[in-house]
Design a protein around this ligand. Structure first.
Ligand SMILES: NC(=O)c1ccc[n+]([C@@H]2O[C@H](COP(=O)([O-])OP(=O)(O)OC[C@H]3O[C@@H](n4cnc5c(N)ncnc54)[C@H](OP(=O)(O)O)[C@@H]3O)[C@@H](O)[C@H]2O)c1
Length: 330
């Protein structure tokens, strides 16, 4: 990275979230000066508020933007608040991307999600599976918003790339976990939900924990600091290299660990990380969901990024964070 990039003024939207916080950690680790990293909490700047977002960009004039702010949640949250998922996420993206353009931001990275891919996409899911089939009903509103985010970036590049030097990129993370995760009993994703359940079972010496489904579905997980490293890697790629590996209307890049495990294997690994010694039982009367969800990460691998933290190391760090910040001590 050249000296100019190290002096760039960088806005990280969503810096209090799991991914945004990891991106700030990554930028600081790489030596970016803290005073060149701009952040605003949700209470200081509601990103769905268009005039407020435009005023913020006009005042701060960042050089680069990481768009990691969004309404986020698991199946329960997506089913309960579909209007908030589609409205908030469309507004946040449209406001930030347009305000960035109007205020001369050349480099922006939009973070989407693997939920953009059709329910029956061939596995592992490649970038070109986007918009090829019916989405999973449970997170369709969020998937539509995130697909629109990719198309916003591409459309601004196509219309303003030549004339204004706009270079807006997108990355699609697989399931993430790690420090700063959401451990809410109802709204959490699978890893933080199981960390909490196993921890509580350990503390109250419950002999067994029941998990929904047969345990056979396969899922992919990536430690959040690896995702942050991938985000900065993609942001900093020379334009010619990025262009060589993407297409103007198929520009997003999957970011995954490259391998999947069964829910049974995941449960056992979390039980081990937490130190839960009871039994894990599977309630096969409950639905399993999609049999397999794995991203094809060959595009980002070819661009020179690989994950560094394996599941065992990652779960140990996640549990340490849970104990420090979320567990009710007895
Ligand atoms: N976590 C995963 O497993 C995962 C997997 C794939 C993709 N992703 C994607 O990665 C991105 C970041 O996810 P995350 O896990 O870091 O989520 P997160 O922990 O919930 O963080 C999102 C952040 O955005 C902020 N935010 C939400 N609405 C806002 C608004 N209207 N104005 C200002 N700030 C707002 C939140 O602030 P408040 O909390 O104060 O509202 C929070 O700090 C999302 O696009 C997500 O879909 C996440």
């Amino acid at each position: 990275m050249n000296e100019k990039d190290m002096q760039a003024k960088i806005y990280v939207a969503g810096h209090r979230g799991m991914v945004g916080a990891a991106i700030v950690r990554q930028l600081l680790d790489l030596g970016h000066p803290p005073e060149r990293i701009v952040t605003r909490s949700h209470s200081d700047l509601d990103l769905t508020n268009q005039p407020a977002v435009h005023a913020f960009f006009a005042a701060e004039k960042p050089d680069q933007v990481y768009l990691a702010a969004a309404k986020v949640g698991g199946i329960h949250a997506n089913n309960t608040y579909p209007a908030e998922f589609i409205y908030d996420n469309l507004m946040i993206q449209a406001n930030i991307i347009h305000a960035a353009f109007q205020n001369g931001v050349k480099k922006l990275l939009f973070l989407g999600s693997s939920c953009i891919y059709p329910r029956l996409a061939p596995q592992p899911m490649r970038e070109d599976a986007l918009l090829t089939g019916t989405l999973d009903a449970t997170n369709e509103p969020d998937a539509i918003a995130k697909s629109a985010g990719i198309k916003l970036c591409e459309s601004y590049n196509r219309q303003y790339g030549q004339s204004h030097g706009v270079d807006y990129r997108s990355v699609m993370p697989t399931n993430l976990y790690g420090p700063g995760d959401n451990y809410h009993p109802e709204n959490a994703h699978v890893i933080p939900a199981l960390v909490r359940r196993f921890h509580e079972a350990k503390m109250s010496k419950v002999p067994s924990v029941a998990i929904w489904g047969t345990g056979t579905p396969r899922r992919e997980f990536l430690y959040v600091d690896d995702m942050a490293a991938a985000s900065v890697h993609v942001m900093d790629l020379p334009k010619a290299v990025y262009d060589q590996h993407t297409l103007p209307m198929l520009s997003h890049i999957n970011v995954g660990s490259g391998s999947d495990i069964t829910i049974k294997e995941l449960s056992e690994a979390i039980g081990q990380a937490v130190g839960y010694e009871g039994n894990i039982v599977f309630d096969s009367t409950k639905p399993d969901g999609t049999p397999r969800k794995l991203m094809d990460s060959s595009r980002i691998n070819a661009l020179g990024w690989q994950p560094k933290v394996d599941l065992q190391q990652g779960l140990a760090k996640a549990y340490a964070d849970f104990l420090n910040n979320h567990a009710i001590r007895t």
